[in-house]
Ligand binder design. Structure first.
Ligand code: CA
Ligand code: CA
Length: 442
């Protein structure tokens, strides 16, 4: 009996040692010939990937990493993939690439300009990978015709992109073409403008783009912000499965940071398939995207936009302010390129103020509408809000990465929009939900 116990114990010990996770380090002054310890760190994430196993963590020390063209790992399609993450974790054992606590790593791609190739700073085909706490800046566009580059391009599933900042480059911040159950949490994409390709208007440079192929489901964006991206804040064109935007903010998109007009300029663009796809080239049924508790401010075109989608989406508890149009539910028919007023949208508890237009293409007979400011016929005024100071929108995030608790568009306790919403299953205070993205603690 004792022998068996000892044997069991040694087997368990062996299993624990096999399962023990390892921590590796990457630092600006590291070297890929090092062993990757804290004192002998690697220089690149690419090297770290070659040694990690599921459950391991790679800590990235603070400082600016100047990427070079020699570090392009692989060409995939027309993309020069600089860091290529193709090693997967498992459901219980993610591979983690984290900033070292209280340090800020910045990856700068300003000199990575491969001729005739798009740049993907991070090209992720692996799954169960968690990326957290670093910045990607200066990603370039080198192609003069229709093109784009990306800070992150995702193809894997069950990945977590958290507290990443993609800014001051020419590339899309985050871009998804395939993969399911990815969670994009508390990321910021800003000051991204492609002034080189086509007409120099940056018409492809969105903050966040999610364009999943058929079968790529359940991708969720939460707590993300997009501002001063030359095209759209959040874009779901050519999405063959439904996506959720939850508690995200889009402002000043369609402008460069001097407020010069650039690309499309929608805050949240929910779907559409361009004008080329017709009939069975469009998924049937049309995916129903969900945009909830989101905020759209002073985007050049529409705050919340259905973008010629061929079906309805869910729009719950959003707040819009000073967009050219706050809510535009424009749809089109599957078999023609003919635009029609929105149909099959479900809109509850939405709020808007000071739009160039408040709404377009919202026919009450063709949609399910309840408790929106426009169907309650309530007109907001400055006195409904604690603050309308737009400068608050770029307030630094909370220590845990969550959105800052600002007073912008929060309702005063005596606002007409308090408790005017419909209970649609979310937590609320008072006797009923309030209109808009922020529930007042009355
Ligand atoms: Ca776009
Ligand atoms: Ca309430």
């Amino acid at each position: 009996m004792k022998k068996i116990s000892l044997l069991l114990l040694s087997i368990i010990t062996l299993q624990i040692s096999l399962q023990a996770s390892t921590v590796y380090y990457v630092a600006v002054d590291g070297n890929d010939n090092n062993s990757g310890t804290k004192n002998l760190p690697f220089a690149t994430i690419q090297k770290a990937q070659s040694v990690v196993q599921p459950g391991d963590t790679v800590y990235i020390r603070g400082g600016v990493y100047h990427l070079t063209e020699a570090q392009i790992t692989k060409q995939e399609r027309i993309y020069a993939c600089v860091t290529y993450l193709d090693k997967s974790g498992t459901a219980g054992k993610y591979i983690n690439y984290f900033n070292y606590p209280n340090e800020t790593p910045v990856f700068d791609y300003a000199t990575v300009k491969p001729a005739n190739l798009r740049v993907a700073a991070f090209y992720v085909t692996g799954s169960y990978i968690h990326l957290k706490g670093f910045e990607v800046v200066g990603v370039q566009v080198t192609i003069k015709t229709h093109t784009q580059s990306e800070c992150f391009e995702n193809h894997g599933s069950n990945n977590i992109y958290e507290q990443l900042k993609m800014h001051d480059g020419m590339a899309i911040g985050f871009y998804l073409l395939e993969g399911s159950d990815n969670f994009i949490l508390n990321c910021d994409a800003y000051n991204n403008w492609d002034y080189f390709s086509e007409n120099g208007k940056g018409g492809n440079t969105d903050g966040f783009g999610c364009h999943p192929r058929e079968g790529s489901r359940n991708n969720v964006f939460k707590g993300c912000r997009a501002w001063f991206n030359s095209d759209d804040g959040f874009d779901l064109i050519n999405a063959f499965e439904a996506t959720t935007f939850d508690h995200c903010w889009a402002f000043y998109n369609g402008f460069n940071k001097d407020f010069v007009s650039e690309g499309d300029g929608n805050g949240f663009k929910s779907g559409g398939y361009g004008l080329q796809k017709l009939g069975n080239q469009i998924p049937n049924p049309t995916p129903r995207n969900t945009i909830q508790f989101c905020l759209a401010v002073r985007n050049k075109a529409n705050g919340f936009y259905s973008n010629h989608h061929t079906g309805g989406s869910n729009w719950f508890n959003n707040s819009a302010y000073k967009n050219a149009t706050n809510y535009n539910m424009l749809n089109r028919l599957r078999d023609t390129i003919q635009d029609v007023p929105g149909f099959n949208h479900i809109m509850y508890n939405n709020l808007g103020y000071k739009g160039g237009r408040e709404t377009q293409n919202i026919d009450a007979a063709k949609n399910t509408l309840a408790n929106n400011y426009f169907d309650l016929n309530l007109n907001a005024s400055d006195t409904d809000f604690i603050s309308l100071d737009e400068k608050l929108l770029t307030t630094p995030r909370n220590a845990d990465g969550s959105l800052p608790d600002i007073s912008f568009m929060r309702l005063k306790p005596n606002s007409q929009f308090i408790d005017k919403g419909k209970d649609i299953g979310f937590v609320f205070k008072g006797t009923a939900p309030d209109l808009g993205a922020f529930e007042t603690n009355k």
